[in-house]
Design a protein. Sequence first.
Length: 345
Amino acid sequence: MTSVRILRGLDARRFLAAPDHWQRLLADDRYATPYQSSAWLSAWAGHLPPTATPLVLVAEEAARPVAALALVREHLYGRGRITPLGAPTADYIRPVGRRADDIDAVSALVETLAGFVRDGESVRLSDVPLSSTLGWYIASQREWRRTTTDCAAVRLPVHYGQLSRDTRRSHQRRRRAWRDLVDGGHQVRIDRCSGSALLPAWDILLDLHRSRWGALPAAEAQLTDVLTHAASSGAAFIEVLRMNGVPLAAQLCLTRHRSAYSLLTAMSDGYRDLAPGHCLLRWLAATLYRDGYEVLDTGRIRPEEGQRRYRRQYDSVIASTVTADLVPTTPARRTPAVATLQGAA
């Protein structure tokens, strides 16, 4: 029989960091992503606002952990709200452990979440792969309000010769443009930055993103702190494309086993005719395959026009995630609160 133990605050953070707890569950789970790594989750847990508390739901059998789900509880306006730890930055949310896709463990975890809702709290599980048991389970529950999002992954190597004629011509035209630049004396280089070089490259990526799209939706300072931990674990790198010393594109990736996950990409707005994002992605796919990787996951497909066409140019495999909400059917009891004013960050 599966039972669920609820860890809060410091106990949750200790469980996430302990080699014989979360890390052991992670090691037993071949489907987990870097967004479930101890370094990633511990960093987010360490930078929560004062109104938020980390939670870990631990599914146990015979008093031994077999699966766990990392969450955060935020207290707002007299009601608690529970969401995945690391959301919405993480592209994929899932429990970890050798039984993370076992129906008994998953149903026990979901029932525990339903218990929070019966106590007046709301729950959102975002970006859960529909291919996982948790994704299938919450998508099949009528009580959960749900939406789906498509994601894309590039299988390595990319077989450009098997793409459509128009797509092959587009790739050939862009490659020829870059060869002509090199033949004309321009210095083009791509550097992979990790370890101590990760944060300087992160500043470059942020500058490119601000110049074209503005500030990141997520708090830049918080994500910077998270990447500091990721750099020490060796599970993150940023690829930077430069021409004549000027950064034209940068791409942040996290890795686990033989898969790389692209978290953020930015390109210079002044060189659109060169398609620097395509140049960087072609190089990244080729070098990852050379290094033994089998998949480059490019994450959520944004709704902007052209995004799906962009992914198809690399023969991407499309999969879906589900975001589901479970809310109380009766209003939560309101408690007196003291209002405060906070300056804008």
